[in-house]
Design a protein around this ligand. Structure first.
Ligand code: NAD
Length: 246
């Protein structure tokens, strides 16, 4: 098992990519603490599935955009388990609109949930990981954070911010043996993308040379690589997972 005796904290993991990461990491031997925003029911059912894999689990209700809540979550995990080896900044939302019509709340909500949340949790775990002299931090960027996308200026900016945040913190924490990387998925089949119209889905499919969207588990496997010692000399990088889309 690649993550025996490790502890992982994942934000926004009750469904989609975060859920797939939680289950894969648990099956590789890691204890998993995860946060969720609304659905207590799916959070508790994920907790049961994780524990059935023979590891410990903490399901904590917390808004990833809330700075003080992030401090409390990290404190709670360290109090319970004594350490955090892996942080996955996964929580994210879209609030799409063309720039000319984008409302201030749409901009703020996306920046706070997608980018400020990563700052919140990276800052909260930095001291813990620096003390441990070991850690792996992985944040979800996106193909549109690298290439831009009409109708998603807020989302694309937040995901480009993740890239710059990742590269900067990798330089700051490298001497402490804390690795910091990002994953930039293309189009992955989750609730986030099921909201797209059939016409948009078809247009996206046309842009994917592999001819299909990705599955959450295919992103989880990349997170496993970046979290484990398989990638022990990789830091400050953005790994693209997009079926040759870009
Ligand atoms: P999803 O909508 O299925 O899951 C997002 C999760 O984040 C949900 O569990 C949601 O409750 C949680 N969340 C949202 N706001 C939160 C908050 N304020 N606090 C805590 N949790 C919160 O989407 P997904 O596709 O699984 O996306 C996971 C990550 O991957 C996101 O950061 C997303 O931007 C990124 N991503 C997804 C795709 C894709 O095609 N699905 C592509 C590129 C990047």
């Amino acid at each position: 098992m690649l993550l025996s005796n490790k502890t992982t904290l994942i934000t926004g993991a009750s469904r989609g990519i975060g859920r797939a990461i939680a289950l894969l990491f648990a099956s590789e031997g890691s204890d998993v603490a995860f946060t969720y925003l609304h659905s207590e029911e799916s959070a508790l059912s994920l907790k049961t599935e994780i524990e059935a894999l023979g590891v410990r689990c903490l399901a904590i209700k917390a808004d990833a955009a809330d700075y003080n809540a992030a401090q409390d979550v990290v404190k709670q995990v360290v109090q319970e388990w004594g350490k955090i080896d892996i942080l996955i900044n996964n929580a994210g939302v879209t609030r799409d609109a063309l720039i000319i019509r984008m409302r201030e709340e749409q901009w703020d909500e996306v920046m706070n949930t997608n980018l400020k949340s990563a700052f919140n949790y990276i800052q909260a775990v930095s001291a813990v990981m620096a003390r441990q002299r070991k850690g792996s931090i992985i944040s979800m960027s996106s193909i549109v954070g690298l290439n831009g996308n009409a109708g998603q200026a807020n989302y694309a900016a937040s995901k480009a911010g993740i890239v710059a945040l990742t590269k900067s913190v990798a330089k700051e924490l490298g001497s402490r043996n804390v690795r910091v990387n990002a994953i930039a998925p293309g189009c992955i089949e989750t609730d986030m993308t099921s909201a797209l119209s059939d016409q948009n889905k078809e247009a996206i499919l046309q842009m994917i040379p592999m001819g299909r969207v990705g599955q959450p588990e295919e992103v989880a496997k990349v997170a496993l690589f970046l979290a484990s010692d398989m990638s022990s000399y990789i830091s400050g990088q953005v790994l693209q997972v997009n079926g040759a889309m870009a």
